[in-house]
Design a protein around this ligand. Structure first.
Ligand code: ATP
Ligand code: MG
Length: 454
């Protein structure tokens, strides 16, 4: 993300003061925590999205597109009433029919709802889905945090096997590696299930009881309502109290313990950097057994070093009235990934058309565009085309490596002149051959730019 975008995320965009001014003076700014993704920046977005599509398809995941708003109840039940997301961060509003709706703060709840509403629980298992799109959270704005941000994520339904947890993690690993993110690690933990977690919760409470008065008010509240949430606290002063807490893996039941050992041995065999993080609980309540994060300590991310987070959620489908269905998934923050990926090449057309004849110039442009050749032409401010030399100046400005010069004389004989802008050389080409020749030239140039694969 560029500095300009970050700035727009942090600016005080208050429009209150400007209400007094006349309409022509009011500069309407984007709401705080939102920003425009401008041409030039969208190139990097598209590249990451198409890379994600390739990685998902190779692993058998298919796309799902959900509504951006859902009934508020969906997130309360799925994400959990004691989480920061539900407690403090949701964009909730009442519509004209008095329904409470919420802009989605995360993707899993909507996908689980659609899994049931779309009858996917009757499909043969596993059902593997991916999604991409904007999420909304009313958060305090720091580097790497917006109020409208984008996630790419996946969900796999119908397998209780640790192999599925491992696959889900490996797909996230493949995406980050292929995108060119360096120096990241996979942090994992197991937080058990409804059979073994109560014992862990009680041990945690017993350990923290003596220092309760020194903790932040949120954690004092979490202590009674959901003590595991305390380990996800972002308040610095509380952290010292959470260093030597009891660890969840010591309390796992046989089933969870077996699952944990299978997962760690599967991941150890993959030659990826996996780190056991005993305090990892994640910010959402629906997880069971495995939780994980892909973390990168690059200074450009500031404190927001988690690129991707996920885990297993074996009870969520049942919470929404479905059959018992084990599941696992993750979501990655697109903006955070793009902070690390910067430095993308700028847009430029392949070819610029110079002609005295508007109709022919447009026709030629449409023919080349139909062959997926990126093509620009000069747009005069009056009806007549500008002089050839003015048009050639535009061609130069556009940085197109080739210019097609379609003079009346050449057009009459079914030909054009093709100019190589860096060499300055020019050749006559039959119009019927132009598309094929340009494709050859473009491919040769691309091959020269990209190092050959080993
Ligand atoms: P954090 O602990 O950083 O608040 P989280 O547990 O709330 O993270 P998730 O809900 O798991 O995050 O979201 C998955 C990913 O989405 C995060 O790892 C991050 O990359 C991205 N993300 C979450 N919230 C934001 C935000 N407000 N702005 C930008 N990206 C975000
Ligand atoms: Mg958060």
């Amino acid at each position: 993300m560029s500095g300009a975008e970050q700035e727009s995320g942090h600016r005080d965009n208050s429009t209150e003061g400007s209400r007094q001014q006349s309409t022509s003076q009011v500069a309407i700014k984007p709401p705080r925590g939102t920003y425009d993704i401008l041409p030039g920046e969208t190139d990097a977005w598209q590249r990451l999205e198409s890379l994600a599509r390739e990685v998902f398809l190779a692993a058998g995941y298919r796309e799902i597109r959900n509504p951006i708003f859902e009934h508020t109840e969906l997130f309360k039940r799925a994400v959990g009433e004691t989480t920061d997301i539900v407690n403090k961060e949701m964009y909730t509003f009442t519509d004209k029919s008095d329904r409470s709706l919420t802009l989605r703060p995360e993707g899993t709840a909507g996908v689980v709802r659609a899994y049931l509403n779309g009858g996917m629980h009757r499909w043969s298992a596993p059902v593997k889905l991916w999604y991409a799109g904007p999420m909304f959270r009313y958060e305090s704005l720091k580097a790497g945090r917006q109020r409208q941000f984008n996630q790419i994520g996946l969900e796999a339904f119908g397998s209780a096997s640790a192999l599925m947890d491992a696959e889900v993690i490996m797909v996230a690993h493949a995406l980050l590696s292929k995108a060119g993110v360096n120096n990241f690690r996979v942090e994992i933990n197991s937080i058990g299930c409804s059979a073994c977690r109560p014992a862990f919760r009680e041990a945690l409470k017993a350990h923290l009881a003596p220092c309760l008065g020194e903790l932040c008010t949120d954690c004092q509240d979490r202590y009674e309502r959901n003590p595991l949430r305390m380990l996800d606290c972002k308040v610095k002063a509380d952290q010292s109290h959470y260093q030597d807490v009891p660890v969840s893996v010591d309390f796992l039941c046989n089933d969870c313990s077996e699952h944990w050992h299978e997962l760690t041995s599967l991941l150890n065999a993959q030659q990826i950097k996996t780190v056991y993080n005993k305090r990892l609980v994640r910010g959402l309540d629906y997880y069971t057994k495995t939780v994980f994060e892909l973390v990168c300590d690059d200074p450009r991310l500031g404190v927001s070093s988690t690129l991707c987070g996920g885990g297993r959620y074996d009870n969520l489908v049942e919470v929404f009235g479905g059959p018992p269905t084990p599941a696992a998934g993750w979501a990655a923050g697109v903006e955070r990934l793009l902070i690390l990926l910067g430095g993308q090449p700028a847009y430029r057309p392949d070819v610029f058309i110079v002609s005295a004849n508007q109709a022919e110039a447009l026709k030629l442009a449409c023919e080349l565009r139909a062959e997926n050749i990126i093509c620009e032409l000069d747009y005069p401010t009056r009806t007549a085309m500008r002089s050839f030399s003015k048009q050639l100046q535009q061609a130069n400005k556009s940085s197109a490596p080739w210019t097609v010069i379609a003079g009346e004389e050449e057009l009459a004989s079914g030909a054009v002149a093709l100019k190589d802008m860096s060499a300055g050389s020019q050749q006559r080409v039959a119009r019927s051959e132009l598309g094929r020749l340009l494709h050859d030239l473009i491919n040769t140039q691309k091959a020269g730019q990209t190092p050959a694969s080993p």
